[in-house]
Design a protein around this ligand. Structure first.
Ligand code: FAD
Ligand code: NA7
Length: 444
C-alpha cells in the first residue's frame, strides 16, 4: 500500500481528505493517508484565534481572520457540490454569512465524512526531503513533544498562503508615535473606535479592514493605494488617497501631498508564499497570482509529479475550486490520471500564464479562474455543480460592489447545487454588529 501525506487541515487539506474518503466509500482502494495539522483544530484560517505573534509552543500563529469577518463573496460561489448548505443547516440561509457560520459548514462536511480520523492535530511538519523516490517527512507533535520521521510516496501541500505577512518599510516608521501593525494581526475593529486609521493596500484585506474600522466607529479611515485605487464609493469618513510617502511624527504624508493625522497604520500589504519545511527543489516560488508557475493544472509540481499543491492561486473561487483540485490530485495519486510528457506540461503551463498576463479587469480574472476550475472539474468525477451560475454570480457580485460597497452583502443568490434562492438577511450588513451564528441564523 502506498502512503500519502497531506500537510494542513484547512479547507484545502479537508478537500483532499474528502476526495479520498469519497473514493473509499465507493469501494476503491485508497493509499494510507496521514494529514498533519499544526493547530489543535481543523479548519485552517477559518479558526478564529485571539493569539498574534507566537503560539504557546513558540511557533508563528497562522491565523489571519478576525472578529466580525463576514464572507467577502456569496456563499453560493463556494458551496460544496457534495454537501449543500441546505443539507448542513436544514434550511436556506442568507448569502453572506459571518465566519463562524462558514466554519461550522466546513466542519460539518468534515464530520459527515469522519475526516478527523486521518488528521494528526498539534503536529507541525518541520521538513520534507525527496530521496530515492520517497518523501521523508519530519514532524513534531507539540503536545507530546514527539518527533517522528516517516516515508511517503506522495505529498500534498495544503498549508495555505495567507499566514505569513509581507511587511514593507517606510521612512519615519522608527519614530512614529502611533501603532503600526499588519492585517495578519488585526483581530477586533472595536479597538479602533474614535481613532484615525490609515490602511495601506488596495485588495481584499485593505477593503475589509477599512470597512470594519469604519463600521465599528473609527474617527477617520484613509486608504493609501500603491498602484490602482479600489475606487469604490466610500461612505463619508472614508477616503482613498495615493500611496504613503513617509511618516512624520503622528502624520502620514502621501505621495499626492495629502496629510493625515494617524493613530494606527494598518499594513494590508499581503502575504508571502512561505514553505520553510520544503527542500529547495520542491519549493513553489511565487507571488499572489491566478496562475502560479511550475504547477501543471495549477496542482501538480512540474518537476516531480508525486508532489501536489492545493489552493496556491489568488482566489475568487475557493472551496469548490479546492475540491476540484483535490479530486484531480487524488486521481493523479491513484494512477487514474496519467501525466503527459514534460514538453506538453511546459506548453500547457506557459499557455495559462500567458493568458493570465493579458487579463485587464476583475471580470476577465473571474472568467479566467472559472475556466481553469471547469477544466479540472471535467477531468474528475466531482459531483454535479453549475460553474456557469457561479461565474454569473461573481459578475453580479463585482457589479454590486461597484454600486455600493456598504450594501453588496445584503443581496441574495441562487445555489449552483440545489437551486435554492437565499433569503435576505434580517439585518443589513452595515447595521449588523453581532456576528454570532445564533444571531445570524435567527431568521424568521
Ligand atoms: P488555510 O486556511 O490557511 O489552512 C492551511 C492549514 O495548514 C492551517 O490550518 C495551518 O495551520 C496548516 N499548516 C501550515 N503549515 C503547516 C505545517 N508546517 N505543518 C502542519 N500544518 C501546517 N475565502 C473565502 O472563500 N471567503 C472569504 O470571505 C475569505 N476571507 C478571508 C479573509 C482573510 C483575512 C484571509 C486571510 C483569507 C480569506 N479567504 C476567504 C481565503 C482563504 O484563503 C480560504 O478560504 C481558505 O482558508 C484557504 O484554505 P487553505 O487550506 O489553502 O489554507
Ligand atoms: P493581496 O490580495 O495579495 O493584496 C496585497 C495588497 O498589498 C495589494 O493591494 C498590493 O498592492 C498591496 N501592497 C503590496 N506591497 C505594498 C506596499 N509596499 N505598500 C502598499 N501596498 C502594498 O492580499 P490581501 O491581504 O488583501 O488578501 C488576501 C486574502 O484575504 C484574500 O484572498 C481575501 O480572501 C482575504 P498593489 O495592488 O500590488 O498595488
Amino acid at each position: 500500500m502506498t502512503k500519502t501525506a497531506i500537510i494542513g487541515a484547512g479547507p484545502c487539506g479537508l478537500s483532499q481528505l474528502r476526495a479520498f474518503q469519497q473514493s473509499e466509500l465507493k469501494g476503491e482502494k485508497i493509499p494510507k493517508i496521514v494529514c498533519f495539522e499544526q493547530q489543535d483544530k481543523l479548519g485552517g484560517l477559518w479558526n478564529y484565534s485571539w493569539r498574534t505573534g507566537s503560539n504557546q509552543y513558540g511557533e508563528p500563529v497562522p491565523n489571519s481572520m478576525y472578529r466580525y469577518l463576514w464572507s467577502n463573496g456569496p456563499k453560493e460561489c463556494l458551496e460544496f457540490a457534495d454537501y449543500p448548505f441546505d443539507k448542513h443547516f436544514g434550511r436556506a440561509i442568507p448569502s453572506f454569512p459571518p465566519r463562524e457560520v462558514l466554519y461550522d459548514y466546513i466542519l460539518g462536511r468534515a464530520k459527515d465524512g469522519d475526516l478527523k480520523k486521518y488528521v494528526r492535530l498539534s503536529t507541525t511538519v518541520n521538513s520534507v526531503i525527496f530521496d530515492e523516490n520517497k518523501f521523508i517527512i519530519k514532524s513534531t507533535n507539540k503536545k507530546e513533544n514527539k518527533i517522528s520521521t516517516e516515508e511517503f510516496d506522495n505529498v500534498v501541500v495544503a498549508t495555505g498562503h495567507f499566514s505569513v505577512p509581507y511587511i514593507p518599510e517606510y521612512e519615519g516608521m522608527d519614530s512614529f508615535s502611533g501603532r503600526i501593525m499588519h492585517s495578519h494581526d488585526f483581530r477586533d475593529a472595536e479597538e479602533f473606535r474614535g481613532k484615525n486609521i490609515v490602511v495601506l493596500g488596495s485588495s481584499y484585506s485593505a477593503e475589509d479592514v477599512a470597512l470594519q474600522c469604519y463600521k465599528y466607529g473609527a474617527k477617520s479611515v484613509t486608504i493609501g493605494y500603491r498602484n490602482n485605487p479600489m475606487g469604490f464609493k466610500w461612505p463619508e469618513g472614508m477616503k482613498e488617497v495615493h500611496h504613503l510617502d513617509k511618516l512624520d511624527g503622528k502624520k502620514a504624508i502621501f505621495k499626492d501631498g495629502h496629510l493625515q493625522e494617524t493613530d494606527v497604520l494598518i499594513l494590508c500589504s499581503g502575504y508571502l508564499h512561505h514553505f520553510p519545511f520544503l527542500e529547495e527543489s520542491l519549493k513553489l516560488k511565487t507571488h499572489n497570482r491566478l496562475y502560479p508557475p511550475n504547477l501543471y493544472k495549477g496542482v501538480v509540481w512540474q518537476d516531480n509529479h508525486k508532489l501536489m499543491y492545493l489552493g496556491m492561486q489568488d482566489q475568487f473561487h475557493t472551496f469548490n475550486m479546492f475540491d476540484c483540485q483535490a479530486w484531480y490530485a487524488r486521481d493523479v495519486i491513484m494512477g487514474k490520471i496519467k501525466m503527459p510528457d514534460s514538453k506538453e506540461i511546459e506548453k500547457n503551463i506557459k499557455e495559462w500564464i500567458s493568458k493570465e498576463e493579458k487579463l485587464e479587469d476583475p471580470i476577465q480574472m473571474i472568467d479566467f479562474q472559472t475556466e481553469y476550475t471547469k477544466e479540472l472539474y471535467a477531468a474528475s468525477n466531482y459531483p454535479e455543480i453549475d460553474f456557469e451560475i457561479i461565474r454569473k454570480h461573481f459578475h453580479s457580485w463585482e457589479h454590486h460592489k461597484e454600486e455600493d460597497i456598504m450594501t453588496y452583502r445584503n443581496r441574495s443568490f441562487t445555489s449552483p447545487v440545489t437551486g435554492t434562492v437565499a433569503p435576505i438577511h434580517h439585518t443589513p450588513w452595515g447595521e449588523a454588529m453581532d456576528d454570532s451564528m445564533a444571531t445570524f441564523l435567527n431568521q424568521k
